[in-house]
Write a protein that binds this ligand. Structure first.
Ligand code: ZN
Length: 284
């Protein structure tokens, strides 16, 4: 059916209380893994690339691969730009056929974040492209914040409502205790904060840093109103682990078709698990 906008997809997820799994892909192999997983489970899927991946693989290659995947599989496929800070890159992605973009102004003061996001919305919406933005900031173990600094990095529910209204965005990424990458201990998710945000904000909510979070915590976050979960690290780890194992067992092997095959399979299994967890199985 070709790449679709995430608007109806995420609105439907919001209305029926599930989340769409969004996977960061880096090459043909990781793209195949997540698309095959989604296709087998009859699930919609959001493919996302960071600016770093665009630099690595090239915009036209990424769009072309995603476009083929969307036409060869009978499921809704979205191509999303993740964590972009550069307006010009966002414009290039929209012009090249990305159907969804995230403008990450979360490091900026509130008013500057609003202005940066608003500018992207004004370019994206007339072109049928959806915009995600973030309020609050995901912090990692390396940030080493004290309690009050940590609290202030989380999304403020009142400001979230004002932010959504002033920017006109289609979905909001919230900071409720998740982090990017692997966690030092068990993450703590602030469900009360999520519930407060949900009460005030009517657009779909996005959870970044959903890798390495226990399943029951993700399920609870979805139950309380998350409509998109972002998975990057878990796919990468499964992929590279299987590839390393194969190469350890076959040290002479040089054929990429041999060592990528188990890597794709391993990433696919993880993707299937996340899709089921998000509740988007059989939603295609
Ligand atoms: Zn993220």
């Amino acid at each position: 059916m070709g790449l679709i906008s995430s608007k109806d997809l995420l609105e439907n997820a919001k209305e029926t209380n599930y989340a769409v799994a969004a996977f960061n892909i880096h090459n043909l192999e990781t793209l195949k893994a997540v698309v095959e997983a989604a296709s087998e489970l009859k699930s919609p899927v959001i493919l996302q690339t960071t600016p770093g991946t665009v630099k690595y693989a090239g915009l036209s290659y990424l769009h072309a691969m995603a476009d083929v995947a969307s036409k060869e599989n009978d499921i809704p496929v979205v191509l999303h730009l993740d964590h972009a800070e550069d307006y010009d890159l966002i414009v290039r992605c929209i012009d090249s056929g990305y159907t969804s973009v995230m403008i990450d102004g979360s490091k900026l003061p509130f008013d500057e974040n609003v202005a940066a996001v608003r500018k992207v919305v004004e370019y994206a919406h007339p072109r049928g492209v959806q915009v995600e933005a973030e309020l609050g900031r995901l912090v990692g173990a390396e940030d080493d914040l004290n309690v009050s600094e940590y609290e202030s990095s989380l999304t403020n529910p009142d400001l979230a409502a004002e932010f959504a209204e002033k920017t006109g965005i289609d979905s909001l990424a919230v900071a409720i205790g998740t982090a990017h990458g692997l966690y030092k201990g068990t993450p703590r998710l602030d469900y009360d904060r999520l519930k407060e945000i949900k009460k005030r904000v009517s657009i779909p909510l996005v959870l970044h840093g959903a890798s390495d979070v226990p399943d029951d915590m993700i399920a609870k976050a979805v139950e309380y109103g998350i409509n998109k979960i972002n998975i990057a690290t878990d796919i990468k780890i499964a992929f590279v682990k299987a590839m390393k194992k194969y190469l350890e067992e076959h040290p002479e092997e040089s054929d990429p078709r041999k060592y990528f095959t188990p890597a794709i399979e391993a990433a696919k299994e993880v993707a299937k698990h996340k899709i089921s967890l998000a509740g988007c199985k059989n939603r295609a």
